[in-house]
Write a protein that binds this ligand. Structure first.
Ligand SMILES: *[C@@H]1O[C@H](CO)[C@@H](O)[C@H](O)[C@H]1NC(C)=O
Ligand SMILES: *[C@@H]1O[C@H](CO)[C@@H](O)[C@H](O)[C@H]1NC(C)=O
Ligand SMILES: *[C@@H]1O[C@H](CO)[C@@H](O)[C@H](O)[C@H]1NC(C)=O
Length: 316
């Protein structure tokens, strides 16, 4: 009996779905784990990504013992014609991850017309050859979270028969197909995105990436089915107990190790640009004016354009 227990505990780290925490990112720890990227927006947004020093000086980032905040400027009218847009932030982990699980405990996400927030994983220097997984993404406060892969040509997803609660919105992950729409899955849970997410007190997003599948989950703050290990944010997790994911990307027609290498986690908040700012998309969201004018002229509308994290835990 004792021997069997000992063997079971020795074996548990290698059982499928069981991971140990390799990184616990909380409060000031975000500044060690992430770099601020003051770069031109690759998605043509009405944004000016600032350095860590500027973000700190302008209080666009703030950390306490158990809170980390990232926000856009909500005080400045953009009237300088040479400006690329509203000051905001884009941060990227120093570490890169291959197979792993990660749990994002998010209290608040950016909201407002023109906002396009994202939490995602990629290898920027090798894009799209290193793959991209969008874990949290949406625009203009509209609808639910969309989870999407973007890859080199040759990775596709089945349109049906997947073990997931979300709805398939695209099956070709090729970044060169369909205007880089990717292979997406839309959550059916209203509180998975935007103002509804914030009103519910946020929640948890989680990813598991293996060599044979990628799964993404979402649980709203007060859901009765939040796994105890996710809620605890402790030193180990067993994804086998997490239930049906929101999005399941199987390897039926995608050999994952050929399409994904080491990915950094990126958190960004842009405005307008290739998705949020498309005139048909912006108009159909019920937002006023044009996207760029609205973002430029209405700083106070961006008071709630901020991320608030309780923690990010990485398990490998
Ligand atoms: C922000 O994240 C999305 C991923 O969802 C990515 O496609 C886009 O390039 C990023 N935008 C910016 C401005 O960095
Ligand atoms: C900076 O932002 C934090 C979080 O929103 C807030 O609590 C704090 O009062 C702000 N500091 C200043 C100097 O405005
Ligand atoms: C990201 O891509 C670059 C360029 O191909 C490659 O050299 C690097 O090893 C990749 N990074 C990781 C962590 O896999």
């Amino acid at each position: 009996m004792q021997t069997a227990l000992l063997i079971a505990s020795l074996l548990s780290p290698v059982l499928a779905g069981t991971y140990s925490r390799s990184s616990n990112i909380v409060g000031e720890g975000f500044y060690n784990a992430f770099n601020f990227e003051a770069i031109p927006d690759p998605t043509d947004g009405r944004v000016n990504y600032v350095s860590e020093a500027t973000a700190k000086a302008d209080n666009l980032t703030f950390a306490s013992a158990n809170t980390f905040i990232l926000r856009a400027d909500y005080k400045t009218v953009i009237s300088d014609s040479s400006s690329t847009g509203r000051n905001s932030v884009r941060i990227r982990t120093n570490a890169a991850y291959t197979t792993h699980a990660a749990v994002f405990d998010v209290e608040h996400m950016p909201q407002g017309c023109g906002t396009w927030p994202a939490i995602w994983e990629t290898n920027e220097s090798n894009w799209p050859a290193g793959g991209e997984v969008d874990i949290v993404e949406g625009v203009n406060d509209q609808g639910t979270d969309q989870i999407t892969l973007h890859t080199n040509p040759g990775c596709t997803m089945p349109s049906s028969g997947r073990t997931q609660t979300g709805t398939v919105v695209g099956t070709d992950c090729d970044a060169e197909a369909n205007g880089n729409a990717g292979c997406g899955v839309k959550s059916t849970v209203a509180s998975s995105y935007g103002p509804s997410f914030n009103a519910a007190g946020g929640g948890w997003y989680a990813i598991e990436r293996t060599n044979t599948f990628i799964n993404v989950w979402f649980w709203t703050r007060d859901a009765s089915n939040v796994p105890a290990d996710v809620r605890a944010g402790g030193t180990s997790v067993n994804t086998g107990g997490w239930g049906t994911p929101t999005a399941n990307f199987p390897n039926t027609d995608c050999n994952f190790p050929n399409f994904f290498d080491g990915n950094n986690i990126i958190i960004n908040l842009t405005f307008c640009g290739d998705w949020a700012g498309q005139s048909s998309v912006y108009a159909s969201s019920g937002c006023p004016s044009t996207c760029v004018d609205y973002v430029d002229q209405n700083p106070s509308a961006f008071q709630n354009a901020y991320f608030q994290f309780n923690s990010i835990n990485i398990y490998t």
